[in-house]
Design a protein around this ligand. Structure first.
Ligand code: NBG
Length: 791
């Protein structure tokens, strides 16, 4: 398709879909018309993929995830169907600026962070590889909250409203609706049972086609929206009680109303459990309906169906599938458990105890009475099969979803080499001993289409010029860049690309925040959710110490730095919000200091999201991956930075370990304790006090905070934070401080030799092609799903 044809198609959609002619078209009209014109191009591969899958009776992957952090879709789709230039030309020819049109699309934030973004990268890779797959999730009306900063620097949350305008990508499927019940009673019925729910809502499907690289294949993302069975109480309305009339609808819709803004702790327990059951049950029914349309014998289910549980959120899939097989199809219980297990896989994304979901038995029995019975039976038969076992699913009045997922899955995977070993040795040590071989590792990855090709077009052109086309879906080919790195001309081009990306970012920071930053300074970036284990406070403490050192020695030839932070804290996470507050106030004070202005600036743009990540990562020099070792399961931002030519300062945690192995220790700034050293360190109860005593810099930085240097003299403002550091300091910020400081000074020294820095940065790009999510998905296909690609 060329730009003239595309232009015709845009005009057609302007007229017939948007009901506008060009002279009256708004930016929104143009964006929608372009979206629909591009969507038309996606339909053909979508239908083709569906037909091919049916014809081959292929196994399908069902990726069940509470979160899909997809961001904007238009630019990605245009790129994948090869229309970037045509679209640019067509839109410009119609009098609109292409970038402005793309930027009009809301950022679909149906996820909190890494877990949701990983699911989005996986969708892209499954379509690229021709793996027949469906993503199943919730169509949240409000995605992750919008973040702003109050005058005093505190985080303020407001509701996000991406669905205020029509969502151009989705197809509503009223015919694909299921009734999802809650509560009620269970009647014995011989070997089976009849569950009569007390309440029910309707789960209605909304489909978004996800097209892969070069438009060869497209899968479906099916999101469920909740609706009332009876929309409206007319009798109440007629009596004038308008609130009561609307109540059923409002109540039902609550289920798909908001994404819980917390990826490590559960909130709003009952609603959250209902959300989980809602989307999981609707998905299982849809899966069985599709299977039954093609096959008659349910024992063949595992050869056609692979269901992946993305964390424990869809863990009820096991009991729900067993319930459907036993109560609705009359399968014998043990056979049903075996059948379900042969279909199910479980990905663990965290070892944090508070994030491993547990539901009160009372709640589970009330909301899902039949499932509670099934869970108990699964637990009993597992106990019978392993008489010496010490773990159980139901314990002390709680249902442990991690154990349930493990027992109901045929494969359990961790998300980086280190994490998988820790899964084996800690949370699931005993289950691992009972089921050797069940735990496998699938190190995370990211899609190079969005994170290099789309986000960094300049670097992409250089890669293509150097190693030729076709690296986008064979990212291991980036190693072919390596010989070119010896060439000064190549390094200059690489450096020039980084410099231009940084100038673009500096312009944006100036426009958006009114802060002028020096584009020649080192851009030192930490962007991720705020959590104590991710240790943004270690970074800000080092920033304070550095500022003091520069003030004491202004002429010491400091490497100029712009410290950039980005990220949100869960609204109920007090300590994380205190860290955000502190960073904003440190930024205010440091940025006002004229003696250090040329060498140190701190910026923290609000409302970090996928789109902002696409802007920041290509312009970064230094990637901060400084979590307490043993706590970050993998990280995926760390991979995006390396691929885009940033050097990492980091601990031996998550996938940092694999990044360092690949790029070489000489191209990575390592610091801090290892996971086992952290465990040892905690055995000394005053480890933090000792570290503070041993480090004048750290002591002085904490004292400055306590003295009110960043709170207009208020000495109480950060009491909670500093007391925690001086006392418990579970995340060993103090014990790792000096090592971090030293590593930062090695970074400064390395920055002094710009050409060598560029060489190291280019090596990072060349050696990290392994982190393509295509490689990850190939791993899942071979080890977990046992499925072969269709293209
Ligand atoms: C997160 C981990 C990250 C990891 C992503 C994707 C949760 C519960 N876990 O380290 O913290 O990269 O999952 O696997 O969000």
């Amino acid at each position: 398709m060329d730009s003239t044809e595309l232009r015709q198609s845009i005009l057609k959609h302007l007229e017939f879909s948007m009901g506008k002619d060009l002279v009256h078209a708004s930016l929104y009209d143009m964006r929608m018309a372009l979206t629909l014109a591009v969507r038309d191009r996606v339909i053909e591969p979508w239908f083709r993929a569906t037909r091919a899958t049916y014809a081959a009776q292929s196994k399908r992957v069902y990726y069940l995830s509470m979160e899909f952090l997809i961001g904007r879709l238009l630019e990605d789709a245009i790129m994948n169907v090869g229309l970037t230039e045509a679209a640019h030309e067509a839109v410009a020819g119609l009098g609109f600026d292409f970038e402005t049109v793309l930027a009009d699309e809301p950022d679909a934030a149906l996820g909190n962070g890494g877990l949701g973004r990983l699911a989005a990268c996986f969708l892209d890779s499954m379509s690229t590889l021709g793996c027949p797959a469906y993503g199943y999730g919730i169509r949240y009306e409000h995605g992750l909250f919008r973040q702003s900063f109050a005058q005093d620097g505190r985080q303020v949350e407001t509701a996000e409203d991406w669905l205020r305008q029509a969502h151009g990508w989705e197809f509503e499927r009223p015919e694909a609706s299921f009734r999802i019940g809650f509560g009620g009673s269970v009647a014995e019925n011989g070997r089976t049972a009849i569950w009569t729910p007390e309440d029910a809502v309707l789960a209605k499907a909304y489909d978004t086609p996800i097209v892969g690289w070069q438009g060869k294949w497209a899968n479906t993302l099916r999101l469920w929206g909740a609706e009332a069975l009876t929309a409206f109480d007319l009798a109440a309305f007629n009596k004038g009680d308008f609130t009561a009339a609307a109540a059923p609808e409002a109540l039902a819709r609550t289920i798909s109303r908001v994404l819980y803004p917390d990826d490590t702790t559960e909130q709003g327990k009952e609603l959250r459990l209902k959300q989980e059951f809602f989307f999981t049950a609707a998905s299982i029914r849809d899966i069985l309906r599709r299977f039954n349309a093609e096959h008659s014998d349910l024992s063949g289910l595992p050869s056609r169906v692979a269901i992946q549980m993305n964390d424990t959120h869809p863990a009820i899939a096991g009991p729900e599938l067993v319930r459907a097989l036993v109560d609705e199809s009359g399968m014998e219980f043990d056979t049903a458990v075996e059948t379900a297990r042969a279909c199910l896989g479980y990905t663990n994304h965290t070892l944090m105890p508070e994030a491993l979901e547990r539901w009160p038995e009372e709640l589970m029995s009330r909301v899902l009475p039949r499932h509670m019975q099934i869970i108990e039976r699964i637990d009993e038969s597992h106990a019978k099969a392993h008489p010496k076992r010490n773990v159980s699913i139901v314990e002390n009045g709680e249902v442990k979803m991690g154990e349930l997922s493990f027992i109901m899955a045929n494969k359990v995977n961790g998300v980086s080499a280190l994490h998988t070993e820790l899964v084996k040795d800690t949370v699931f040590a005993e289950l691992n001993a009972l089921h050797p071989g069940r735990i496998v590792n699938e190190t995370n990855g990211v899609t190079p289409r969005r994170w290099i090709k789309g986000a960094n077009p300049r670097l992409s052109s250089l890669i293509t010029d150097t190693i030729g086309a076709g690296w986008e879906d064979r990212l291991e080919r980036l190693v072919e860049l390596e010989p070119a790195i010896a060439d000064k001309g190549f390094r200059n081009q690489f450096a020039e690309i980084k410099a231009r990306n940084k100038r673009d970012l500096a312009d944006w920071i100036e426009r958006d925040m009114g802060i002028a930053v020096n584009p020649a300074a080192m851009f030192d970036v930490q962007i991720k959710r705020f959590h104590e284990y991710k240790r943004q406070h270690l970074n800000i403490l080092e920033t304070i110490a550095l500022w003091q050192e520069i003030r004491a020695n202004p002429g010491a030839g400091w490497a100029p730095r712009v410290k950039i932070f980005g990220g949100k804290a869960a609204p109920g996470y007090v300590m994380a919000k205190e860290i955000i507050h502190l960073i904003n106030n440190v930024a205010r004070v440091i940025n006002a200091d004229t003696t250090t202005r040329d060498v140190l600036t701190v910026v923290y743009p609000p409302n970090y999201n996928v789109t902002m990540a696409e802007r920041l990562i290509p312009a970064s020099d230094l990637s901060e991956q400084i979590s307490t070792a043993g706590k970050e399961a993998s990280g995926t931002g760390n991979m995006k930075f390396s691929l885009n030519g940033a050097l990492t300062i980091g601990t031996l945690d998550g996938a940092n370990v694999e990044i360092r192995d690949l790029v070489g220790p000489e191209n990575f700034f390592l610091f801090g304790m290892t996971a086992s050293e952290v465990v040892e360190c905690r055995k000394t109860p005053d480890h933090a006090a000792r570290a503070i005593k041993a480090s004048n810099r750290l002591g002085a930085a904490i004292e400055m905070i306590e003295a009110g240097a960043f709170s207009n003299g208020d000495t109480e403002m950060y009491h909670g934070l500093t007391q925690n550091l001086r006392g418990h300091d579970y995340f060993t910020v103090c014990a790792d401080f000096d090592s971090y400081w030293d590593a930062q000074r090695r970074v400064d020294a390395a920055w002094g030799d710009q050409d060598n820095w560029t060489r190291m940065a280019a090596i990072n790009t060349a050696r990290t092609g392994w982190f393509s999510s295509d490689r990850t998905i190939q791993g899942y296909m071979a080890d977990v799903w046992k499925i072969t690609p269709m293209i």
